[in-house]
Write a protein that binds this ligand. Sequence first.
Ligand code: S3P
Length: 437
Amino acid sequence: MKKILKPLAHNQSLKGECQVPPDKSIAQRSVILAGIAKGESIINNFPMAGDPQSTLSIMEKLGLEIEKNQNTLKIKGQGIQGLKEPSQILDCGNSGTGFRLIMGLMAGHPAGFFSVLSGDQSLSKRPMKRVTEPLKSLGAQIWGRENASKAPICIIGKSLNGGSIKTAVASAQLKSALLLAGLNAQAPLIITEPVASRNHTEIMLQSFGANFKQVDELTVQISPNSLKATEINIPGDFSSAAFLIAAALIIPNSELTIKQIGLNPTRIGFLEVVKKMGANLQVDYNQQSPDQEPIGNITVKSSNLKAVCLEGSLIANIIDEIPIISLLAARAEGITEIKNAEELRVKESDRLKVMFEVLTGLGVKVSEKPDGLIIEGQPDKPFESKQKTFEAYHDHRIAMTIKIASLICLNEIVLNGSEWASVSFPSFYDLLDNLTK
Ligand code: S3P
């Protein structure tokens, strides 16, 4: 869908209080774990966004009874054996998280179910071998296009062997797929990552009473046992909030408060980055119980930004925020370097290539490296787009980055694929309009 994006008028800024949609990473995990727990789980604040809805409908295809009352789900789990062999293809849509976690679940399902997983055009290009290989090393039966490296993927489940796995990439999707398979394995499974990735699955496994242990910063252990139903409250998605924070930072005279955001330390590297860039922001943590995800409110005011260098273990923590950080870098004083970010090439789009294209189109001096970007900031010169139409490339975070850029562009631009924002943030354009004063 094409959308004409108009710049803000000189006297307009972003002002007010708001909330962002519930966290899509936490939501997808909640419906999967509730589906294999015993008893009735309650999930509060389940999102309407595309990715979580895709995973919800997969769990329904696996025979799960789900009572929906607005954003509250009541899930009657009957343990892993309560699931049914699916009679239809499990279509994960655009969701890499859904696809990879469901692969782990189905590969380790002890009842020998046959399942076929598919996805949309973007998901069908994404690498799956990083998950199928380690699962196969535990005895999983998996087939798929290009030697089980791309969707569609077929699986015949079985209880897998335990053991130790060192993953080649820092990926919470991979780690979570292995943890789900490990829940029904024949012996404990130990997983070590090269760099710590987000830990939502680990937190939630403990809420569901799993036999889980955090061995050290990079190593987790899961021992087979059954899960008990629980209640999960899904906080606002930090990665969605990052777009609003970024917009407030670069639009003069803005002041926004975003409430009830998930502030899990493995997700909020973006806050450290923007603070280093000179952001004027305040984080207020809310009370929480120790086994829950941390939440809080963030107040942000427009700020003069300066360049940063981003590399190393920080990259895993800001993996979803790099497109919008690249835009901030284009408004910061100095030259920003982003290194060690080759994972961005295998997200919903090749985000390094696409951000190079977007920034170049906005008149910014940028160079593309195999593992990152070098961006020359232009704090005093507004974006003056050389191209009229910008492409979202089936990528929600690219669509939203282009929209934020358009607000401070000298001229109107066209966004092709604006609808992709609804994968994580269906109310994105309306919310920005409402906050514009
Ligand atoms: C996610 C993990 C990250 C992230 C994605 C969601 C998750 O992917 O980019 O948006 O929910 O586990 P990787 O695990 O591939 O790094």
